[in-house]
Design a protein around this ligand. Structure first.
Ligand code: ZN
Length: 247
């Protein structure tokens, strides 16, 4: 599974950047927007995850996110999440960038995760941006309100909203500075997932896609490994340990 070129990259990389997408969470049982399990009360997720939907019916959108929060809290990180958390100790530097809004990387032990699409576990006021104090409490079905009177909204990026600038900047910087870039479990269609591996490759990094099926970007990568990340990433971790000594 590990080519000589990848083995060389694993043994010599000073900075490994990893981008993860929905496939990594799906292996833990988190339903994706497109899967049957992603449906809720027959609503189309793409019509609920918008600022317009929240303005029109905050209670509806809030209770959908409470349902999603319960779903995410009921599942556990998988071996892929744990392998990435452990790999951080084996590279001089590892930057983990995710498109996922669950906390599964953090729960597996990763720190400093760049969340391109925010997190459903960190809500904020839709008016004054103040953080929500009930993030750690059991999800409520009633919409919550800030002291300023504004409705509390999920801290995720909705369709039609821009990505958080600081996260996007940090991700682009890591892609431009790394010497090994892994794109894991992402279809690489949605911006900026399609752009980050290109930045890395142009800067001279070795780029690897790990996915259950080749993505639209597969032909642009130096190497593609077809398989579930929960299987492939632990194999990479084993190789890393052999090459760099056990941590
Ligand atoms: Zn407020």
């Amino acid at each position: 599974m590990i080519s000589p070129s990848l083995e060389h990259a694993l043994s010599s990389a000073r900075h490994c950047a990893v981008l993860t997408g929905a496939g990594v969470s799906a292996e833990s049982g988190v339903p994706t927007f497109r899967s049957a399990g992603g449906l809720w009360k027959n609503h189309n997720p793409q019509e609920l995850a918008t600022p317009e939907a929240f303005d029109a019916d905050p209670a509806l959108v809030w209770s959908w996110y409470s349902w999603r929060r319960r779903t995410v809290r009921d599942v556990n990180p998988n071996p892929g999440h744990y392998a990435l958390a452990e790999a951080a100790a084996l590279f001089p530097r590892l930057t983990l960038i995710t498109q996922n809004v669950d906390d599964l990387h953090q729960r597996a032990g990763s720190s400093g995760v760049i969340e391109l699409h925010g997190s459903i576990e960190r809500c904020r006021c839709s008016v004054c941006d103040a953080p929500y104090h009930g993030d750690n409490a059991p999800p409520t079905d009633d919409v919550q309100y800030c002291r300023c009177g504004g409705a509390i909204r999920p801290g995720v990026v909705w369709f039609g909203e821009s990505l958080p600038m600081a996260a996007l900047d940090a991700a682009q910087q890591a892609a431009g500075e790394c010497d090994l870039f892994l794109s894991v479990g992402t279809s690489a269609i949605v911006y900026p997932a399609a752009m980050l591996p290109m930045i890395a490759r142009q800067a001279g990094a070795y780029t690897v896609e790990i996915n259950t099926a080749p993505s639209a970007l597969a032909h642009e990568m130096d190497e593609c490994i077809t398989g579930p990340s929960g299987v492939v990433l632990p194999v990479l971790l084993e190789t890393l340990r052999r090459l760099r000594g056990s941590a």
